[in-house]
Design a protein around this ligand. Structure first.
Ligand SMILES: Cc1cc2nc3c(=O)[nH]c(=O)nc-3n(C[C@H](O)[C@H](O)[C@H](O)COP(=O)(O)OP(=O)(O)OC[C@H]3O[C@@H](n4cnc5c(N)ncnc54)[C@H](O)[C@@H]3O)c2cc1C
Length: 119
């Protein structure tokens, strides 16, 4: 008998199930198709909004937290599953005419990110 029933086996359902399982809950996921094969299959895996300077500070704070947490999560998942989640950490190249906003944002939020803005 499960404590929790999750409808949908995408990344949200599966990561929620993982966290609940780690907290000691018995979890069942109901998936109508193949787990991880809808939006989560199409996702590029970029842990940032595409134009982050257009978003509010709370969104930037959440993205920064996610970027910091992600390597640890991937390491755990790689070791638990024996699969390679293929984490690649690199910069962000933007071809855009919002240089000032982008550079101000980069300075404030992404001190370790190489941001090249050009057109
Ligand atoms: C082309 C593309 C690129 C993207 N790139 C990025 C990116 O770079 N970075 C980023 O952060 N996000 C990106 N996203 C968004 C990201 O992929 C989604 O926000 C994320 O995958 C959503 O996960 P999910 O688990 O909520 O949904 P899904 O992966 O769609 O999973 C939902 C699951 O629920 C199942 N389901 C639905 N209804 C039922 C039902 N009634 N009964 C049983 N099962 C059901 C579906 O079959 C599906 O498997 C991208 C999305 C797309 C489409």
């Amino acid at each position: 008998m499960s404590d929790i029933l999750i409808i949908g086996g995408g990344i949200i359902g599966m990561l929620t199930a993982r966290e609940l399982s780690l907290a000691g809950m018995k979890v069942t996921i109901v998936e109508r198709g193949e787990a991880g094969h809808e939006s989560s299959w199409a996702g590029g895996g970029i842990i940032s909004p595409l134009y982050p300077w257009r978003y509010s500070d709370p969104v930037s704070a959440l993205a920064k937290w996610g970027q910091g947490f992600y390597p640890e999560l991937i390491e755990e998942i790689n070791s638990e599953t024996g699969l390679d989640a293929e984490l690649i950490q690199n910069g962000l190249l933007m071809l855009d005419d919002e240089q000032d906003a982008a550079l101000t944002w980069a300075k404030k939020w992404q001190s370790n990110l190489q941001l090249k803005v050009g057109s």
